[in-house]
Design a protein around this ligand. Structure first.
Ligand SMILES: Cc1ncc(COP(=O)(O)O)c(C=O)c1O
Length: 364
């Protein structure tokens, strides 16, 4: 195939991002009613989005013939107020995922490297390999980021260190003090991409803004896909130094966030009560899942996110059996975890169903 031979060499080594299977696909494949399917595979918010955000998105659909405001003036203004920063500190993106690729576009190329945990969110590795750079994967004993080992793994050619807190799929949370110490210990020209996709699930997430104010090259990424329940609208953001925000804004595709996404995000930011409600709901769901798994003598990894990593011997088989029953979870082989499944916290009845079906499967 001539086209194959024209591909950039690194494409052949690209890790595969395995997304959670969509409900409609599983319904078709297994002849199930979509309404009966519980998707616990993508760490979405089972309670959905705040009403105000949905109304705001619907209200601007009449503007569908127009391109969005490329600068995201109103949303970046709102974010700046909320985080006590300036508009110049922000970059908007089609999901926080896009920012990892923008950073890789800016700073990674053959002959450079990025450091990340061996079970860290897989997009970091994909973005790194796609840019032709080397992904240095640091072992994570007990499913936790080993910050000292990550510092030691940094080489002269290292440009970015990726650190999710908490991480997906392991759920490990690094204490705030340790994160700050790590950020301060990084060489001054190594960028820290600090991924806060699940920050709103924490009562008090680590705060790297003082270090950004000192001018350190730190990019914090956040998303509206998780607690704000807006995954379909694809909107996230990064906050960083004005210099790095300027660079990221220069390479992001024009109009990468839509009018409905910007409107929904603005409304969602106003709804603190929703965030508190979803956090409490998630904490209760985690306890429900943990107790159910304990009752089956299954090991799980403590999680600060809206998901749980469960040790299951024949993970592949159980994944398929659960799908037949209309429950979609996530295999994590691609994360070097072939004997685990990741289950997202669902509604109370969805969690119950998952536990009940799992119980039948491991008994047979
Ligand atoms: C750790 C982590 N970071 C980033 C993302 C990306 O989210 P999005 O691109 O929807 O903002 C995810 C999504 O699952 C995630 O788990």
């Amino acid at each position: 195939m001539a086209l194959q031979s024209f591909l950039k060499r690194q494409i052949h080594h690209l890790p595969v991002y395995q997304p959670g299977k969509p409900i409609e696909l599983v319904a078709r494949e297994f002849g199930l009613d979509p309404v009966q399917i519980a998707k616990l595979a993508s760490n979405e918010n089972p309670l959905g989005a705040p009403e105000g955000a949905l109304r705001a998105a619907a209200a601007v659909l009449t503007q569908s013939a127009l391109y969005p405001d490329n600068s995201g003036w109103f949303l970046t203004g709102k974010l700046a107020d909320k985080l006590a920063l300036q508009r110049e500190n922000f970059v908007l993106a089609a999901g926080s995922n896009e920012i990892f690729y923008l950073l890789a576009d800016l700073f990674l190329q053959p002959g450079t490297s990025a450091v990340m945990g061996a079970h860290a969110f897989i997009s970091y590795k994909i973005a790194t390999v796609l840019a032709g750079a080397e992904a240095i994967e640091v072992p994570m004993p007990d499913y936790k980021h080993d910050l000292s080992a990550m510092l030691r793994a940094i080489r002269p050619d290292t440009r970015i260190v990726f650190l999710p807190n908490p991480n997906n799929p392991t759920g490990d949370l690094i204490p705030a003090e340790a994160v700050l110490e790590f950020a301060r210990a990084l060489p001054e020209n190594v960028i820290l991409c600090y991924d806060e996709a699940y920050a709103e699930y924490q009562e008090q997430p680590a705060d790297l803004r003082p270090l950004i104010a000192e001018g350190r090259p730190i990019v914090c990424t956040r998303t509206f896909s998780k607690i704000y329940g807006l995954a379909a609208l694809r909107i996230g953001y990064g906050y960083t130094t004005p210099e790095l925000a300027g660079m990221l804004n220069a390479v992001r595709p024009p109009f990468n966030t839509s009018i409905p996404a910007q409107a929904a995000a603005m409304a969602a930011l106003d709804d603190n009560a929703w965030v508190d409600h979803c956090r409490r709901h998630n904490n209760a769901g985690l306890v429900q899942l943990q107790q159910g798994l304990d009752a089956m003598d299954l090991e799980w990894v403590p999680s600060a996110g809206n998901f749980l990593l469960v040790h299951i011997k024949n993970a592949d088989k159980v994944f398929h059996q659960l799908q037949c029953k209309g429950i979609i979870v996530r295999p994590v082989k691609g994360y070097n975890l072939p004997s685990h499944l990741r289950v997202s916290v669902g509604t109370e009845p969805q969690n119950d169903r998952f536990l009940a079906e799992l119980k039948c499967m491991i008994q047979t």
